[in-house]
Design a protein around this ligand. Structure first.
Ligand code: SF4
Length: 322
């Protein structure tokens, strides 16, 4: 039986699972992750990270178990590798889409996010929650690796307002090691952008994997070629999962170098993640006049000077949903 929820398009035989380990054929039927979650939290949009999408507002965030990638440096492996790694276990809890939407409304969230694990492996479940969310005027967002099939794009695009996609590296060899394909991810990013959805991108900068000047420059130039207004988040890595040996953290100077390369490529908005203090680039600066528009301290908004989405100094329209 063929599963089309992500771009792996697994052909699954009776009693077996697909690459994600979460979709199984039993008695000739495809069993899918549906009607359950393993994580639920009220997060600021800044934590997704989405910096140009309702800054400072809270989004009800849900996630489940499993992933279609196998990143050795996964920072979320306790839930992502369930079903594939026999040493990793996790627990789900039954819930309905209506209950999730009711919780968002009761807690005055401004939106619902599918995050924590890979939402594309449960595209039907995410689509149904997002459909109900839209009927209740709740914005919706995906946090995903972007390894989408055309079938999942067809389902999710009409009911999704924003997405943060990982752009994990810029070589097909790199993506092969992670368990995906670069071109599919680029096509997904482009599909969301072309459909008018709000898109931000994140690269976890992993020493000796994707932190060369060439690779960071290639990523920045790809983003600039698509739209220099797409925010790019470059985040620090910490040693985790199967990469406990070797470098323990991304040196801050590599993130700063990524910022420089992004600026040289013409990107208007680049942010550092997982580093604090003076080295962090976490504020939104007007690309036209240099006015500091949104000041951040970690996930908190310290000041927001935008006026109806415009710079108060030069009146430039700042891209995003404000
Ligand atoms: S979601 Fe993707 S990895 Fe999982 S079974 Fe379907 S096609 Fe395969």
């Amino acid at each position: 039986m063929n599963c089309k929820s992500c771009a792996h398009h697994c052909n699954i035989s009776e009693g077996h699972t697909g690459i994600c380990g979460r979709r199984r054929v039993v008695n000739g039927e495809l069993q899918i992750p549906y009607g359950s979650i393993c994580s639920l939290a009220l997060d600021p949009y800044e934590k997704k990270p989405l910096y140009h999408f309702h800054p400072g507002d809270y989004v009800l965030s849900f996630g489940n178990l499993g992933c279609n990638f196998k990143c050795a440096f996964c920072q979320n492996w306790e839930i992502s590798q369930v079903g594939k790694d026999p040493d990793v276990h996790g627990q789900e809890q039954a819930v309905t889409a209506q209950q999730i939407v009711n919780l968002a409304l009761a807690h005055r969230a401004n939106g619902i996010a599918a995050t924590y694990n890979e939402p594309l492996i449960s595209s039907e479940w995410v689509t149904d929650i997002f459909t109900l969310a839209k009927q209740n005027d709740q914005p919706t967002c995906l946090v995903s690796n972007g390894f989408a099939s055309q079938e999942s794009l067809d389902k999710l695009l009409p009911v999704t307002d924003a997405a943060n996609f990982d752009l994990k590296c810029f070589t097909e060899d790199g993506y092969k090691w992670l368990g995906g394909r670069l071109q599919v991810v680029l096509d997904t990013i482009k599909a969301f952008h072309d459909a008018g959805k709000w898109v931000e991108l994140t690269t976890l900068v992993v020493p000796q994997f994707n932190d060369s000047d060439k690779e960071l420059k290639d990523i920045a130039e790809f983003i600039a070629s698509l739209d220099p207004s797409i925010p790019w988040h470059v985040s620090a890595y910490h040693a985790d999962y199967k990469m406990l040996d070797g470098p323990q953290r991304t040196p801050p100077e590599r993130l700063i170098r990524a910022v420089e390369l992004a600026q040289e490529a013409g990107l208007h908005f680049v942010y550092t993640g997982n580093i604090g203090g003076a080295a962090a680039y976490e504020d939104t600066i007007c690309p036209q006049c240099g006015c500091k528009l949104i000041e951040r301290r970690g996930f908190k908004i310290a000041a927001n000077r935008l006026q109806k989405g415009r710079c108060p100094n030069c009146n430039a329209l700042i891209p995003g949903r404000f």
